[in-house]
Design a protein around this ligand. Sequence first.
Ligand SMILES: [Fe+2]
Length: 276
Amino acid sequence: MEIGMSVGITGAVGIAAGAWLRQRHRWNRDRHYERLASHEAETVLKFPVALSATVAEPSTLAATFDRERVIRTTPFLAPDCLEALRTEALATRSEMEPSFIPLHKQGHTLSYEKVIRLAPRSWSFFRSPQVVEWLQGVTGVPMLPTPIQDQSTLSLLCYQNEGDHIQWHYDHNFYRGRHFTVLLALVNRGDSNGLSRSVFQRQLPDGGIEEFETAENSLVVFEGGKVRHRATPAAAGDLRVVLSMTYCADPRISWVKEAARRFKDTAFYGLRALWD
Ligand SMILES: [Fe+2]
């Protein structure tokens, strides 16, 4: 009887201690994210974005986006602005994390948190009022950032080794509002007419495949939950670096979907995605 009571008390203390540690970690992470976010406004001011003098008027792309849920345009940025973003992104390559899921994906990623620390120009681009206004002109809905603890909200993707790719998939929407993915090509070099063999493609409703030429300075906007897409494998010597951003018309999320989102992100950032 006494042994049973002792085991019970020990178990209860262990559960309480575990809950306290989880709560403390959550509190620390939330404070950490608040500190990071507090630098956003000054970063956007410090690294202003300059759109290309010949950037497309968003209204000219809105009808296509409404029909196809995907558009591609180029050039998007002024040359100096693109060069600054590219130089910054290339300097982060050693900090990128490898991701590998057999038969599904292979590549390197710089997470949101590291982008904020190491690639402030990319952060500024993501939150630039000019860019957001342009995107809203295409989609016709508010383009709010998905939450800072969602490591996929803003990331740099790098396809640098032979076979780097991601297979057909949808970008699952865990949020209440429509969810959009925006890809800015910063680097795209290789032996395929000067471009990487890693090509962005979408599957058409009839099963066909549409290919999007994503040379440097091209921008692709798509509704990833509706558009099945992939990046084909890179060849040896290729280099493709993409700034990947997600926006949402309403970024509220239920705790069930938040748990599912974190589980999905373990594929990119390991087990820490479950509790960070
Ligand atoms: Fe995707």
